[in-house]
Write a protein that binds this ligand. Structure first.
Ligand SMILES: O=C(O)CCC(=O)c1ccccc1C(=O)O
Ligand SMILES: [Mg+2]
Length: 339
């Protein structure tokens, strides 16, 4: 197993109710012919230091999968590298290796991600996204007062017109009272989804919220196993599945197919990952055959990346790479530095 540390700055920090994300540090991992990535995000996964330690202690990658439940980013890297290697060996795209139906896995719809900001700035970012073809725009909320978020979202709806879907993501920033006030006020803007209104551990509060606007859980799922997630399947309309926070694309496909079989909605999103993990998330979304827009349009938030993007966003859609495995090319393929 080969492990290389990286640090990638964002073009501009992504402001959320959970704080600003300024850079993404992580590890590109190679196991045999496959590549994986661990890009820990404090609050969602283990720390970078814990991740480094977990990765450096791995002797048998296959066996490690069963021991890394509390190190989801490290488990993500190992499971992705193993799955990529196996898919390359079978000469099938990772989406198909993960169980996807080849006929279903052509493209994945994605949403634009708009950070917290002024009403004018948010409206301009949303309009620009819609002009470039996005049909769904997700706006961060909960970093300022409910009243000022309502002003922002009004400005966003006015800027994009009635057609595009608008989601809001509070990243757990609201109290129960604030959430009820916000949900009341948002009703007039035809909001498609409200993501994680309350703190991660407040499952009871989420269960009691009015569901006038469909509800999604995100932070509440981080670090939890498929069984644990299935245990709260009644709490929300949509589950946000982040491969990095759930321990890998295998876990996401497992829990995602179980939830979908129960009639629960799912989306797959990144934690603003580098190209390896982002492409893995695209394959996971494709394997699940998700039609809802997924939060995978995050490459443009990064000022640099590890390798060329095999699945760039075009008009709110990504084409799933059709080559073997992830379909990424980088220093790890074809005679790179340590190949
Ligand atoms: O879902 C998206 O649009 C992009 C991903 C995103 O918003 C995000 C990125 C990093 C950490 C947390 C989150 C989140 O969904 O809360
Ligand atoms: Mg979220």
């Amino acid at each position: 197993m080969n492990c290389e540390e990286f640090s990638l700055p964002l073009k501009t920090p992504l402001s959320t109710a959970g704080g600003d994300i300024r850079e993404r540090r992580g590890f590109a991992v190679r196991i045999g012919g496959g590549v994986g990535e661990a890009t820990p995000l404090p609050g969602w996964t283990e720390s970078v230091e814990e991740c480094r330690e977990a990765l450096s202690g791995i002797e048998d990658p296959d066996a490690a999968l069963a021991t890394l439940d509390d190190r989801p980013a490290a488990r993500h890297a190992v499971s992705l590298a193993l799955a990529d290697g196996a898919a390359r060996e079978r000469a099938v795209p990772l989406s198909r290796h993960l169980g996807g139906d080849e006929d279903l896995t052509g493209t994945v719809a994605v949403n634009a991600t708009v950070g917290d900001g002024s009403p004018e700035g948010s409206a301009a970012a949303a309009r620009e996204a819609v002009e470039s073809g996005f049909r769904t725009v997700k706006c961060k909320v909960g970093a300022r007062s409910v009243e000022s978020d309502l002003k922002r979202i009004r400005a966003v709806r006015e800027a994009v017109g009635p057609g595009p879907a608008i989601r809001v993501d509070a990243n757990g920033g609201w109290s129960r009272e604030e959430a009820e006030h916000a949900l009341d006020g948002l009703a007039e803007f035809d909001i498609a989804l409200v993501e994680q209104p309350l703190s991660a551990d407040d499952i009871a509060g989420h269960r009691e919220l009015p569901r006038r606007i469909p509800l999604a859980l995100d932070e509440s799922l981080a670090g939890h196993t498929p069984d644990e997630i299935e245990g709260v399947a009644d709490v929300a309309d949509v589950f946000v599945l982040k491969p990095m926070a759930l321990g890998g694309v295998d876990r996401v496909v497992e829990v995602g197919s179980r939830l979908r079989a129960e009639g629960v909605g799912v989306v797959v999103t990144t934690t603003i990952d580098a190209v390896i993990a982002r492409t893995g998330a695209i394959h996971a979304a494709a394997a699940l055959g998700i039609e809802r827009a997924c939060g995978l349009a995050t490459a443009d938030l990064l000022a640099a990346d590890l390798a060329p993007d095999p699945a760039p966003v075009r008009a709110g859609t990504v084409a799933v790479p059709r080559g073997p495995g992830l379909g990424t090319d980088g220093p790890w393929t074809g005679g790179g530095a340590d190949a």
